[in-house]
Design a protein. Structure first.
Lengths: 298, 321
């Protein structure tokens, strides 16, 4: 109950400080600009394809050629090869390009946005002394979990608003009768991205617990974010030679190695991946908290 | 339960420096205990340790006879005004106080009531909806003090509560703190010994990370063979009075400050004290305060006795004058 109160306090503080507006603005900017840019790129690519294939261009609207392309066997083979996972390919094949573009944008942007938003939340309050007014009233664990929950809710709101904004852009700039169906699809992708964000939020807040300086926490969290994105790829590429097959399980400790399953459509792999991401977030958070619980708050 | 806070043998080291070096102190329930000591003596570190912000290397803490600080047990019953700790800049005074009160488990209605009472006490009614950022330093300090009294806690520790307040607000806060005497246990750390003397029932002298002396204020200020008389008129012939009271040396006090503060345990409102000169009587260990008063008071009555303050001021006692 007190954790929920801390979460609500955090949300209220985010609104007061306009952090909530900044976060929503960031998600909006990423969704709008990303979607708009991607659709422009898609349009240009389709125009070129139409020229090469000597088919009729659809002026002012993108997506028609792509939708047709999905039906082409050679194109499907190309995409299958690029995806590298036949199960994922089977789930994404035939989906509207705008939906996939949106999914790619949010999956790409979520780690950075999360780190940017969350890394200072504990460090800055410890430095200013504001943390003391909270820690007189709630335990350090309740404070940590409340902050995690509060920021998580804020990010969900940001992602959902971003999805609606991206859908509006898609509705204006894309053709096809399936545009209305894109909105629920984009909302589903937003929820999937939210689960991904929970792992990165755990990392960012965990790092924030280790420092009294927001700037130091920022630097370390960004470096870790880069490392956590690169290391799994390296381990996957060379890990079996270096570590042996069994130790490759270490790859599972990095969010970017488990988010592939979020591209699936079936519930089970998505739920398993989402659960694992939440647990990873809580693991990172608990490491930060374990240090915080034993340090002075001066 | 006789003690609101008990600490035994607290040690806290930063590198080779011991900020707390066996800090042992029992704060009586219902008392107002002043911590007096030089910068770096360990007063703030002790408060931070009792509040759970600083983790000691050794020693024991018990608050309200229920172990060291734990927000689940002590949240709302024990609070602190920490030193050098900013409130969230964008918070609005009333909303922030209600938020803190809710966090310590109060209902929304009770939280609002408590916040409004304290806003009134701290004279912040016209700033209730202002952001912390927009407040002056003194106003922020009053909000910080207010948060420490949300929900009528049993024990409140105040680190330099009066610093940064203008004289009017400082007096208002003193009156508020005095109104809590006997109801709330207060621990006050301050370098303003006048304030400690006006407010506190007990005083602890802190030196090098430990308590050097802890007694009632009366015991500390009355054990030094000295009585200060505030008079309407000064006697012209002090030698004549001295000759009738063997063992007593009389001198004219430097200012009315020698006599202000209290008679016995009761603090005197400073408005009642005149700025006339005072007479200081000093005597050796062989004479009791009562004996000296019995000899001097009849001789001083013609000069108009306003106040009789046995002992030295806290500042004199602390400085060993």
């Amino acid at each position: 109950m007190r954790t929920i109160r801390v979460a609500l306090f955090e949300l209220a503080a985010a609104v007061r400080t306009r952090r909530a507006i900044v976060l929503v603005a960031l998600y909006l900017a990423v969704s709008l600009l990303g979607m708009s840019g991607a659709i422009t790129g898609l349009g240009k690519m389709e125009d070129q394809l139409a020229e090469i294939l000597q088919v009729e261009k659809v002026e002012g609207k993108s997506g028609v050629v792509s939708a047709t392309l999905w039906k082409s066997k050679p194109f499907q083979r190309l995409v299958r090869s690029a995806v590298g996972d036949s199960l994922i390919y089977d789930d994404i094949v035939g989906k509207h390009p705008a939906e996939l573009i949106y999914a790619w944008i949010v999956f790409f942007a979520v780690p950075l946005l999360t780190v940017l938003v969350a890394t200072r939340r504990v460090a800055a309050e410890v430095k200013s002394g504001a943390a003391k007014y909270m820690l007189l009233r709630v335990t350090r664990l309740e404070w940590t979990l409340g902050k995690y929950l509060g920021i998580a809710l804020l990010m969900l709101v940001g992602l959902l608003i971003g999805a609606v904004a991206a859908w509006i852009v898609a509705a204006f700039r894309l053709s096809g009768a399936d545009i209305p169906a894109l909105l629920p699809a984009m909302i589903v992708w937003s929820f999937k991205a939210w689960f991904l964000s929970l792992a990165w939020l755990g990392l960012a807040l965990g790092v924030s617990h280790l420092f009294k300086s927001g700037a130091k926490a920022d630097i370390v969290a960004i470096l870790l974010m880069i490392a956590f994105s690169v290391v799994p790829a390296i381990l996957k590429g060379f890990g079996s030679a270096w570590l042996g097959g069994k130790l490759l399980v270490l790859v599972r400790l990095f969010p970017s190695s488990v988010d592939d399953a979020l591209w699936r459509s079936s519930l089970m792999p998505v739920a398993a991946s989402a659960t694992w991401l939440v647990m990873l977030g809580l693991l990172y958070l608990s490491i930060g908290h374990a240090v915080f619980a034993r340090r002075d708050v001066r | 339960m006789n003690e609101a806070i008990i600490t035994r043998g607290l040690v806290k080291k930063y590198g080779r420096h011991a900020a707390l070096n066996g800090f042992t102190l029992a704060v009586p329930s219902g008392s107002i205990t002043g911590l007096v000591g030089r910068n770096g003596a360990g007063k703030t570190t002790w408060m931070m340790t009792v509040a759970g912000f600083v983790i000691p290397d050794a020693g024991e803490v018990s608050i309200l006879a229920s172990g060291p600080f734990d927000a689940r047990r002590h949240g709302g019953r024990f609070t602190i005004l920490p030193q050098d700790s900013d409130l969230p800049n964008e918070g609005r005074v009333r909303a922030l106080l209600i938020g803190y009160a809710r966090l310590q488990g109060m209902t929304t209605k009770d939280a609002a009531k408590s916040a409004d009472e304290l806003i009134e006490v701290m004279n912040l009614a016209d700033k209730a909806n202002a952001t912390i950022r927009s407040l002056s330093h003194g106003m922020r300090k009053r909000v910080m003090v207010a948060q420490a009294f949300l929900g009528h806690p049993d024990v409140v520790m105040l680190d330099e509560p009066l610093s940064g307040l203008d004289p009017v607000e400082a007096e208002r806060l003193r009156s508020f703190l005095l109104s809590l005497r006997g109801k709330t246990t207060l621990v006050i750390s301050s370098h303003q010994l006048d304030d400690i003397e006006k407010l506190c029932t007990h005083v602890a002298f802190v030196t090098d990370g430990k308590v050097e002396r802890m007694e009632t204020l009366r015991a500390i200020t009355s054990d030094t063979g000295r009585i200060v008389y505030a008079l309407k008129e000064l006697p012209s012939d002090l030698a004549a009075i001295e000759s009738e009271c063997p063992g007593v040396r009389l001198s004219v006090g430097a200012s009315f400050q020698d006599a202000r503060g209290r008679v016995g345990d009761a603090p005197l409102p400073s408005a009642l004290l005149p700025s006339e000169k005072t007479l200081v009587a000093e005597f050796g260990d062989g004479l009791a305060v009562e004996t000296v008063n019995a000899a001097l008071l009849p001789r001083l009555v013609p000069f108009g006795i306003i106040a009789v303050t046995p002992g030295r001021s806290l500042e004199e006692a602390y400085l060993g004058k």
